[in-house]
Design a protein around this ligand. Structure first.
Ligand code: AMP
Length: 587
């Protein structure tokens, strides 16, 4: 069906007036310093994300408002802003009593349970750096991240501890405290761990937030590149200004909203928008710990009266696959805005939202390094389906190209593909990759932060995603570094070398596919491939492990020895092989 290139903005009669409806006007008058003044600041000076998110509401008109509603099979569990303040005080006091010093890192590995949220916010109150990890990771990515991040404290559940931490405990000598959410209250202590519930029970619920300043480190989020180990992007308390502004203008949060961000806090979206931004706006968030299920998700939108919903293309495509009939069993009179992030959102999905849910899906773009949404479609403006939208106030985006001498230049004319770059200067930008200054430096050309994404800008200032400039894989919205997967595969005794690519998939964007060559004495068989898949799954967890393995005689390498993933991918997809001048052609 041919459809118009634009969906005109349409505000329903019962809807809020959008926070932003004069695109150029707000961009012209906006400044980060005035946005910062919309926040409160610590009572005796300084800035702390948890204070802005929790305590300033806990003492004001929002004190009895629900901050989080955790959905359960039978009952849901609500935490108000004032209860959240007391709980996070207890957690902060626990860290203080353990002697955890300002700036030390507290990792949280848990499903979406209340303790995760309390631990992240309590960590910030004590001036420590919070690092939530995705609980579906296998032991190997967990160990890598805990050791790069020099974890001092790990908060986790008994089940995850037994399955994923015990095998790697000896590799983490700097991990001083393991705080466990136990299965049974009052069960026998587990040697080398402490019972979180007991610690919280005995801790005071009064706490003076540590005097953090805007440039103090607050959050550590891992992200993957093409080569090398994952990078720990460091964010400071000043990022709260970006969370506030993007919550207001990109997600259009209003005080009476019921907000549902479906991302897990183990990824940056689940922290910036699953925890911080809605709290800043005094908004109630819905938290669902269960896995995706179309009917369940529609029931949540309906029964929880969700008004703003932030989700991802993979989930939308899965809903599309489930069929419109499942959606039509429900009605969503309260839903007024749907946004999506993480992968390209095809125009078909934007229209599907409009036709089946009554609202188009608004794509937006950002990445771990940017700390918050940078480019967005918002309710105050027309949408161009397939486009990521336009830059937020305070964000200057451009398309760049490498000039013949190697210098990065801004492309001023529209319609040209090039690397997407952002002018330095917004508060949410990472302040570095932990212990990797060189890699951080490579992200910049003068005042431009180079995103690693290829994009195009049209004459109306809308940005269109073209692809990644590297070999990183996006599978179900999760960024996966091929190198980490290859490393796990070559630990298997049958594997001589491994090359990993993302293979396009209509639902989850890309699936991880591995090519391996075998050591002498091993031959290809279905059983061997099964073993390899099982090995990768147990090391990496289901999200990162390859779904397909192909045994090949050898892998294409450059003359300098790097695996040519680009060539593996072209061959897999039957595409032109491109420039092969660097291909090692054998002895
Ligand atoms: P992460 O750092 O894990 O959040 O992943 C960031 C990357 O996801 C970006 O650099 C893009 O490659 C991709 N991404 C995020 N949002 C979008 C979007 N709206 N359209 C296309 N790709 C996106």
């Amino acid at each position: 069906m041919s459809r118009p290139p634009i969906i005109r903005k349409q505000i329903r009669p019962n809807q809020q007036t959008p926070n932003w409806s004069d695109y150029d006007g707000l961009r012209a008058t906006f400044s980060w310093s005035s946005a910062r003044r919309e926040l409160t600041g610590l009572p005796h000076g300084g800035l702390n994300i948890a204070y802005e998110a929790v305590d300033r509401h806990a003492t004001g008109a929002n004190r009895d408002k629900v901050a989080f509603r955790f959905l359960g099979d039978e009952h849901s569990h609500e935490i108000t802003f004032s209860q959240l303040s007391l709980l996070t005080n207890r957690f902060a006091n626990t860290l203080r009593a353990l002697g955890v010093q300002q700036g030390e890192r507290v990792f949280i590995l848990a499903d979406r349970i209340p303790e995760l949220y309390v631990a992240v916010l309590g960590t910030l109150k004590n001036g420590n750096v919070a690092c939530p990890l995705f609980s579906a990771f296998g032991s190997s990515p967990i160990a890598t991240r805990l050791s790069i991040g020099d974890a001092c404290v790990l908060v986790t559940t008994e089940g995850l501890y037994r399955r994923k931490i015990i095998p790697i405990r000896a590799m983490l000598p700097g991990l001083h405290h393991l705080l466990l959410v136990r299965d049974d209250a009052g069960a026998q202590p587990i040697a080398g761990t402490e019972d979180l519930a007991q610690l919280l029970r005995t801790a005071s619920d009064q706490f003076d937030i540590v005097h953090t300043v805007p440039e103090d480190l607050a959050l550590l989020h891992f992200t993957s590149g093409t080569t090398g180990t994952p990078k720990g992007a460091m964010h400071v308390h000043d990022a709260v200004v970006t969370h506030w502004v993007s919550g207001k203008y990109a997600l259009d949060l209003h005080p009476d909203d019921i907000f549902w961000c479906t991302a897990d806090p183990g990824w940056v979206t689940g922290t910036s928008y699953g925890i911080i931004a809605p709290l800043l706006h005094g908004v109630t968030s819905i938290i669902d710990a269960a896995d995706f299920d179309a009917d369940r998700w529609y029931s949540i939108l309906e029964s929880q009266q969700v008004s703003v919903w932030y989700t991802a293309p993979t989930a939308i495509r899965m809903l599309m696959k489930a069929g419109a009939a499942v959606a039509h069993k429900h009605s969503f009179p309260d839903l007024r805005f749907i946004a999506s992030v993480g992968e390209p959102l095809n125009p078909e999905a934007v229209w599907w939202g409009k036709e089946v849910l009554g609202l188009p899906i608004h794509d937006n773009w950002w990445q771990t390094e940017t700390g918050g949404i940078m480019i967005a479609n918002t309710p105050g403006f027309d949408i161009k389906p397939g486009s990521m939208g336009r830059p937020l106030p305070g964000v200057d985006a451009c398309i760049t190209r490498r000039a013949p001498g190697g210098k990065i230049e801004i492309v001023s004319q529209p319609g040209i593909d090039g690397e997407l770059a952002l002018q330095r200067g917004w508060p949410g930008m990472m302040r570095g990759y932990l212990n990797n200054e060189e890699r951080y430096r490579q992200c910049f050309s003068d005042d431009l932060y180079l995103t690693g994404d290829l994009a195009r800008r049209d004459a109306d200032g809308y940005f269109w995603f073209v692809g990644r400039s590297d070999d990183v894989i996006k599978s179900a919205g999760h960024l996966i570094g091929p190198f980490e997967v290859e490393n796990a595969l070559i630990e298997h005794r049958a594997v001589a070398e491994a090359g990993v690519i993302g293979k396009p998939d209509p639902t989850i964007g890309e699936v991880v596919k591995a090519f391996v060559s075998l050591r002498a004495g091993f031959t290809d068989s279905e059983q061997l491939r099964k073993d390899l898949l099982g090995h990768a799954r147990s090391r990496l967890g289901a999200v990162m492990a390859p779904k397909e393995i192909e045994v090949v005689a050898s892998l294409p390498r450059t003359r300098s020895g790097k695996i040519m993933r680009r060539l593996l991918k072209a061959r897999e997809l039957g595409l032109p092989e491109g420039d092969l001048s660097t291909l090692e052609t054998g002895p």
